[in-house]
Design a protein around this ligand. Sequence first.
Ligand SMILES: [Zn+2]
Length: 498
Amino acid sequence: MRWNKEAPLPRPFHFSGIALAVSLGLLLALSADEKQLTVVTPQDHFSVAVQQREGKEYVDLQNVLDSMGHSSATVEGENFKLHYGRVEAHFQSGEAAANVGATTVQLGGKFQLDNGRGWVPVSSLTELLPALTGGHAEYHEISRRLFLNGGGTRFTAELKKGSPSSLAISFTAPVNPRVTTESGKLKLTFSRDTLVMPAQNLKYDDPLISALHYSENEGGGEMVIEASEPLLASFNDNGKTIVLSAAPKLATATSPAEAQPPPGTSSPAGGTASLESNPNPPAITSSGSATLGEAGSAPHTRYLIVIDPSHGGSERGAALSDSLAEKDVTLAIARRLRAELNDRGLVTFMIRDSDSTISLDQRAVVTNTSRAAVYVAIHAGTLGQGVRVYTSMLPETTLAPGTFLPWETAQSGYVRSSRVLATSVLDQISKNPSKIPVAMMPAPVRPLNNIGGAAIAIEVAPQNGDVDTLTSGNYQQMIVNALAAAIVYSRASLESAR
Ligand SMILES: [Zn+2]
């Protein structure tokens, strides 16, 4: 294909971060049984290897100190003399106390000399470090995190009463939790963030949001918000604020139609694998557009198409030109696709219809909660030409009815459906007389792996290498027409696969 010759890069550059994250994840997984102490300072955080010695967890003291300033040590026989700033400390191999300046610090375990390095019990750091550095140290054993000099992220939560209410959680630094839902609860898992807060149990006298619980565990922190309806988490202020509000709902008038699947398709009742512990989560659909009326009149309500304009808000996506951000192009294309699908009588839901920041996890949560038949993420880039259609890289598996889907591989039972859809898109775009180059490939594009339904991501690159075409109504419409046709034509095979 022409596109392959001109642009040999297999994927656009803004996915390279994802690929890097994947390989880092592998590296972490490989060394998972090596214990680490996470040291959190006000500036940053880093990990130090932990060793099991004499039944206790030990660290190399200088490894911890190096983050805060220069230390030097001299070893004479069994004696270890450490200098940090103006403080001099004396340790002796096999001794459970040390002299730091004028203070004697109990180590709670024997000091160990190993190849010129001094090892101390992790638990002694809360006394040793303040004596050496004059700062403050707080150790959280459960998450193996050491917070120095006020380091760590704190939060406050504020319920904004109204109809409906919302809960704004503000953090002292940007956070990137994983968002999951189960019946009546939304869970935020902070494994990459260093929350320093003590456990919290906040109760709210509110019909929507009744409680917020925060606790620390081995992986970090976990926040559970209890609510009477499914919640949507949106990230604002560059990830420093998370606002929880009621997810948009399908009008109840449409439910009788849902009960009757179209003739010739298998009944989804009881056989549909769900990510939720609740087998019948409330469906989510478009927020007040004309599609709701159609939903009530057709027996095809469940062929719900979720359209995801990628990026948004503080997350701009690729810089397509000096003034053009990917997030704006994806929204424009998504709106066209919605109009096209609605014209063809299909029910759609837009992940965002404004310039808002929504996490990848939350995009998947909303898609899965709505039990969408089709998920289409829209991206735009400047590399290459035409359209690339991505599917998940997960291997194909067959799901037994009622199977609980693990979040990380929710897509695996739908890979075949996703390929059917991608092939149909390829087919439709190739038919266009403008000869738009089109290619289809598996790629690690998030959140495809987390979607429990046919899921593709399309990336729109310029026509004939002219970046201006990305905003051209003509070009966008050609692509959207092909996408809509593909979604309509694959319907029978996607529905029979569900
Ligand atoms: Zn993108």
